[in-house]
Design a protein around this ligand. Structure first.
Ligand SMILES: Nc1ncnc2c1ncn2[C@@H]1O[C@H](COP(=O)(O)OP(=O)(O)O)[C@@H](O)[C@H]1O
Ligand SMILES: O=C(O)C1=C[C@@H](OP(=O)(O)O)[C@@H](O)[C@H](O)C1
Ligand SMILES: [Mg+2]
Length: 169
């Protein structure tokens, strides 16, 4: 049995929350939950389709609702990057277990997101992805119990660094 019943990953799109989350779930025995996938199943639409048809603010509302109802027991939670806009959702996650911030530099995040299939970003910053990064960085910092460098290293190495830091808590 792993020392935490719930572990939460937060950070910008492209930080590796989903990729690293699966690795961590395998290594801890926790149940893997990707809230983006729960949103898609619940809405019977992809995130991109939700943003295109209903707008990014609606996606944030749906994300909030999913987070407030989510079974957090025995779970490794990979959140979507916009979860930090919901104070209630963050309070609920924080009460369940440590919040791990996967921090990466802007250039790395942009390159990863550009290389992956399109995902709707739940923001409308005039300054594009850099504006979203600037707007959210203080939120990720505010809510995190530990911060992990997710720029350098493979996903396996990032997962190992997270486990090592969690042992220190
Ligand atoms: N440590 C890493 N090194 C290199 N590429 C990575 C790393 N972590 C994730 N990626 C890649 O970056 C992209 C975004 O990863 P993903 O796990 O979807 O991030 P998030 O869920 O935080 O948006 C994917 O193509 C993934 O393979
Ligand atoms: O940060 C965002 O605004 C979003 C990030 C996505 O998840 P990832 O952070 O897993 O890419 C997904 O929730 C949605 O497309 C909105
Ligand atoms: Mg993800």
């Amino acid at each position: 049995m792993y020392k935490f019943n719930t572990v939460n990953l937060i950070g910008m799109p492209g930080a590796g929350k989903s990729t690293v989350g699966v690795i961590l779930a395998k290594q801890t025995g926790l149940r893997f939950v990707d809230t983006d996938l729960d949103i898609q199943v619940r809405e019977n639409a992809t995130l991109q389709e939700i943003v295109d048809s209903e707008g990014y603010l609606r996606l944030r509302e749906i994300e909030h609702d999913v987070l407030m109802e989510l079974d957090l027991d025995h779970a490794l939670i990979s959140t979507g990057g916009s979860v930090v806009y919901s104070e209630d959702a963050m309070a609920r996650l924080a009460a369940a277990g440590p919040i791990v911030y996967l921090q990466a530099d802007l250039a790395t995040l942009e390159a990863r997101v550009a290389a992956a299939p399109p995902r709707g970003i739940a923001s409308d910053s005039d300054d594009g992805f850099a504006g979203v990064y600037a707007e959210r960085t203080p939120l990720y910092e505010r809510y995190s119990d530990i911060t992990i460098n997710a720029t350098a290293g493979t996903a396996d190495q990032v997962a190992a660094a997270i486990l090592a830091q969690l042992e220190q808590l």
